[in-house]
Write a protein that binds this ligand. Structure first.
Ligand code: FAD
Length: 460
């Protein structure tokens, strides 16, 4: 694939309605920025697409001129594959409309919308679809990579709630994919990433949620982390699907909503959520509340929308991470996790273990492209920092932590949490046993591998 030239950019400008931004244009730097500040790519142009027609024109131009290009939804994938050097970025952020049909309990969402946009519109009707735990994440990347959120044990992964999608394919055509129309493509979109075309709109099933739910955090001294982890494990062993929790270790900022005793201090925590009436949630989560002697207990009835916003990320942050699955959280795994998390290089070095149960694990491996779901927990080791001088220490900590915990993991990985430098073995593991079928579908829909800036599935 080749860089974009002045002629191809001028030609694209003639064919599109949205602005085509070049480095000299206002807005270019915003448009090329992604969540991971380690990624600083300079595309020749960014098309701020206004609709499917712009996307079709851009895909046509890319194919005709053999242009390097990438597709940007919310720009939150840690790999930064949403942007490319010297090529064309199709930026969908202007395409953020959400239309809810409360009677049918469905939502039609343009592919540049964020989870904040979706929650805002759906919660106006007391409805929701399982989505990302940060309002700034794009619906597109998250859905195409599976997508897990607080509602997943009750209602499944985000991709399980997809009814249909509009997709611009490699030949520049707009097709509809659902269980009945282009079912192979529809299967591949649910976990197969951006390999098969540019999605311009998603249609989701919605569920009654809140608006008030029961949720919050329990914060403990770091010295109690091992006991807290075991308590999380035991509580989750027979928790109902309304419950989702996280066990984590992180440093808390000096924010007024935390007690002073934990300001700028590493702590162990359990974040818990109940997808049902608050009174019921209070009762079901009581064993969590009653454990130990937390510094802080913020479990209470609150709006689903505000809880979804609680984890809001700001701007861009240097980020490096590793994702893994644990078949079980053994005492040995707990020991390894806590020991490494205690020894963190920066305040933003965290580890989170989240359970997998209920509707999230019920579908068989081949139900969607999202692969095996049988591991009991997901493990996310993540460092966030701002000073480039700390790059080496943060990357080394994450990798060493990951290697140490490897004996207790399945070797699988969530595609939505895959850094760009991961080996081919791990990139394949993101698709597991579904890889061969994805290759077949890729060969049919994108035989020249036009859509390559992603966790790539190569056609035959
Ligand atoms: C702060 C933070 C919190 C997160 N929380 C969660 C969470 O709660 N649950 C969870 O499951 N994940 C979570 N993630 C991971 C998240 O799912 C991925 O980063 C996801 O890729 C983000 O989607 P995006 O549209 O913002 O990404 P982008 O970086 O824009 O896109 C990622 C890739 O998806 C493809 N793509 C994007 N849009 C399209 C499109 N319209 N058509 C075809 N291909 C497309 C492209 O290949 C692109 O490179 C989180 C990430 C961050 C940084």
């Amino acid at each position: 694939m080749t860089p974009a030239t002045d002629e191809t950019i001028a030609e694209l400008r003639d064919r599109t309605r949205g602005p085509v931004l070049e480095p000299c244009d206002a807005g270019y730097d915003d448009a090329r920025r992604v969540w991971n500040a380690m990624v600083d790519r300079e595309p020749a142009a960014v098309l701020r697409a206004t609709g499917a027609a712009d996307v079709m024109a851009a895909v046509d131009a890319a194919r005709e001129h053999d242009l390097r290009f990438s597709v940007k939804g919310g720009g939150h994938h840690v790999s930064g594959a949403a942007v490319c050097d010297d090529g064309l970025v199709i930026d969908l952020s202007e395409m953020d409309a959400v239309r809810v049909d409360p009677r049918a309990r469905t939502a039609r969402v343009q592919a540049g919308a964020t989870w904040g946009d979706v929650d805002h519109e759906t919660q106006a009707f007391g409805l929701a679809v399982p989505g990302g735990q940060d309002p700034n994440i794009g619906v597109a990347g998250l859905t195409l990579g599976g997508g897990v959120g607080w509602l997943s044990p009750k209602y499944g992964l985000t991709c399980d709630n997809l009814r249909s999608a509009d997709v611009v394919t490699a030949d520049g055509e707009l097709v509809h994919a659902s269980e009945t129309e282009n079912p192979d493509l529809f299967w591949a979109l649910r976990g197969g990433g951006g390999n098969f075309g540019v999605v311009t709109a998603f249609e989701y099933d919605l569920h009654e949620v809140g608006p008030e739910i029961f949720a919050g955090s329990l914060i403990y001294p770091l010295a109690k982390a091992r006991g807290v982890a075991r308590h999380y494990r035991e509580f989750m062993a027979d928790a109902p699907p309304e419950v989702r929790t996280l066990f984590g270790i992180m440093e808390l900022p000096a924010a007024s909503f935390y007690p002073e005793a934990v300001h700028n201090t590493r702590v162990a925590m359990i974040v818990a959520f109940y997808a049902g009436p608050p009174a019921e949630g209070r009762e079901v989560l009581a064993p969590l509340r009653e454990y130990g002697d937390p510094h802080m207990n913020s479990l209470r009835g609150r709006s689903y929308k505000s809880f979804q916003r609680a984890g809001e990320s700001q701007g861009s942050v240097r980020t490096y991470l590793r994702s893994q699955y644990l078949p079980a959280l053994s005492d040995e795994a707990v020991e390894t996790i806590v020991a490494h998390a205690e020894d963190a290089p920066v305040p933003g070095a965290t580890v989170f273990v989240s359970p997998r149960h209920g509707a999230e694990v019920e579908p068989p491996t081949d139900a969607t492209a999202y692969p095996r779901r049988d591991a009991a927990h997901h493990l996310l080791i993540e460092a966030r920092w701002s000073d480039p001088e700390q790059d080496e220490a943060c990357v080394a900590w994450t990798r060493e932590f990951h290697e140490a915990v490897a004996p207790y993991t399945t070797g699988d990985v969530a595609m939505n949490f895959l850094t760009e430098d991961e080996p081919e073995r791990r990139r394949r593991a993101a698709y597991g046993d579904n890889y061969e079928r994805l290759v077949e579908i890729k060969t049919e829909w994108d035989p020249e591998n036009l859509f390559a800036s992603n966790v790539n599935v190569e056609p035959r």
